[in-house]
Design a protein around this ligand. Structure first.
Ligand SMILES: Cc1cc2nc3c(=O)[nH]c(=O)nc-3n(C[C@H](O)[C@H](O)[C@H](O)COP(=O)(O)OP(=O)(O)OC[C@H]3O[C@@H](n4cnc5c(N)ncnc54)[C@H](O)[C@@H]3O)c2cc1C
Length: 457
């Protein structure tokens, strides 16, 4: 729905990672006054690699984490660079930098810095400023009149600053707070136990027997790195049916073993698996994913995180009774990140300016209930609420603001990279077949990649 008004609001964006930056850019474009509060010393979010880890809390149980990024030193992109840029700022190859299609994490941080410079975002961003509290100033008034109190502290300062905003956009990411399994004996295990959030490199595991729990992307990637230095790597997986790429890696490395789930951990270091087999291990490394966590947020119990479902949220973005003055960007998983954040930012910005209007509270709640119900009928566990069907969902979402549909080349390059990874897990980032190459060359000739030609090479 559209309306005629065009109001400018004071908006606080929390977090200067990819989603916060894209949202801030869209908000300012729409005429809002924007402040981005970022706890770290630089922008980038996950992509601001931090060699430090919270050693005193290797399982990351404290919700107020001291280190945000979970990126490890050798990490390279899992998706090809061509699909990672925003609609108006492609992630181009630049002379003297990492020119690979699947570049290192540093290259993406540089892209984000280029993005900030190009769109002059730095003036809106307050670094070294951690948000400790966000709550409604005038709870109980109609949602369109709600204002928000934001309390933050500059690093190294004891002084808390309180500000009031017309709207708050939460862009704090969801790849930092470890999600851990419940394993018998976990609390009494005396050897090393850690979550991949604090994994940085394989060297500390040299000569060790390591059990990696979780056969998803990070579990596989970290296992492949560990196998080069560890005495043995045991990848513990829910299913022993694995895809071709991983199977090839396991058969090439005598010290790489696939195991079922862990049944029990014993005090003497014995790990007993559900098939009855056992080993004595030095380290258990949990690559078991992350939880959504908003320790600073007080919504009077309206928005809760329950088994990794943040809700109730209309379209994974708006709590119906607090919208549009409170919104979340970046919650859905398995999306095409940057362009999705861009369309989320646009929608939030246009709702705040009054150009667009959300459905009624009742309609939004009904839509959320229907969504939950359809997930239940389909047997989708609650913890997967925010896993969406990337292309279809992004396109449907974008219709709210007339956002362009995902280009065919973007879809094709994304799918072909995934298929190549399935078959060639070790090599997919550096070699691909002629068919993919043809698609790539065709995409690179499109106006999208030539729109900022002066930036490349
Ligand atoms: C190991 C790993 C590999 C990945 N690989 C890929 C990949 O190949 N492709 C891909 O698309 N995505 C990948 N991702 C996902 C990646 O997290 C997203 O691409 C992206 O970083 C999400 O952006 P975001 O801004 O929502 O969150 P983040 O990048 O997490 O940024 C959130 C920001 O909020 C700040 N913040 C948090 N709390 C506060 C507070 N209280 N006060 C102030 N500031 C705060 C943080 O410091 C941070 O800067 C990967 C993630 C991980 C962990």
């Amino acid at each position: 729905m559209a309306s005629e008004t065009n109001q400018s609001k004071n908006v606080c964006v929390i977090g200067a990672g990819p989603s916060g930056l894209l949202a801030a850019r869209e908000l300012r474009k729409e005429g809002h006054k924007v402040v981005v509060l970022e706890q770290n010393h630089d922008i980038g979010g996950q992509w601001l690699y931090d060699p430090n880890v919270q050693e005193e809390d290797p399982l990351g149980r404290d919700p107020w984490l001291k280190v945000h990024s979970s990126i490890y030193e050798s990490l390279r992109f899992m998706s090809p660079r061509e699909i990672m840029g925003s609609t108006d700022f492609p992630f181009l190859v630049k002379k003297g930098r990492d020119t690979r299609r699947f570049p290192s994490h540093t290259e993406f941080l540089l892209y984000l810095k280029d993005f900030c410079e190009w769109f002059k975002l730095s003036e809106m961003i307050k670094l070294n400023t951690k948000v400790h509290y966000v709550g409604p100033l005038n709870y109980g008034v109609p949602s369109e009149d709600l204002k928000w109190v934001v309390r933050s502290k500059e690093n190294k300062s004891e002084e808390e600053v309180e500000q009031v905003f017309d709207a708050v956009v939460v862009a704090t990411g969801h790849f930092s707070n470890p999600r851990l399994p419940c394993i018998q004996g976990m609390d009494t295990w005396k050897r090393k136990q850690m979550h991949s959030h604090i994994y940085r490199s394989s060297e500390p595991f040299r000569g060790e027997i390591v059990v990696v729990v979780g056969n998803f992307l990070s579990g596989q990637e970290i296992s492949m790195e560990l196998v080069k230095v560890a005495k043995e790597v045991h990848l513990s997986s829910k299913s022993l049916i694995i895809f071709e790429g991983l199977s090839k890696v396991i058969s090439k490395n005598e010290n790489f073993h696939l195991r079922p789930q862990i049944d029990t951990l014993q005090e003497d270091g014995t790990v007993i698996f559900t098939d009855g087999s056992n080993i004595i291990a030095d380290t258990i490394l949990y690559c078991t994913g992350y939880n959504y966590s908003y320790p600073f947020l007080d919504t009077k119990g309206i928005v809760v995180v329950d088994d990794n479902r943040v809700g109730p949220l209309y379209e994974h973005t708006f709590p119906p009774s607090l919208a549009p003055s409170l919104s979340f960007v970046g919650i859905p998983r398995k999306i095409l990140g940057i362009t999705f954040f861009e369309s989320q930012g646009k929608w939030i910005a246009q709702l705040l300016s009054g150009k667009k209007v959300l459905p009624s509270y009742e309609e939004m709640m009904e839509s959320i209930e229907e969504f939950y119900h359809s997930n239940e009928v389909a047997g989708i566990p609650k913890r997967y609420t925010h896993v969406v069907d990337a292309f279809d969902y992004c396109d449907k979402y974008g219709e709210n603001v007339g956002f362009p549909k995902t280009e065919e080349w973007r879809k094709e390059l994304c799918i072909s990279a995934g298929m190549n990874a399935f078959a060639n897990l070790e090599t997919y980032r550096d070699s691909w077949n002629d068919d993919i190459d043809e698609k790539l060359q065709e995409a690179l000739r499109s106006p999208y990649f030539t729109q900022l030609e002066q930036l490349s090479l």
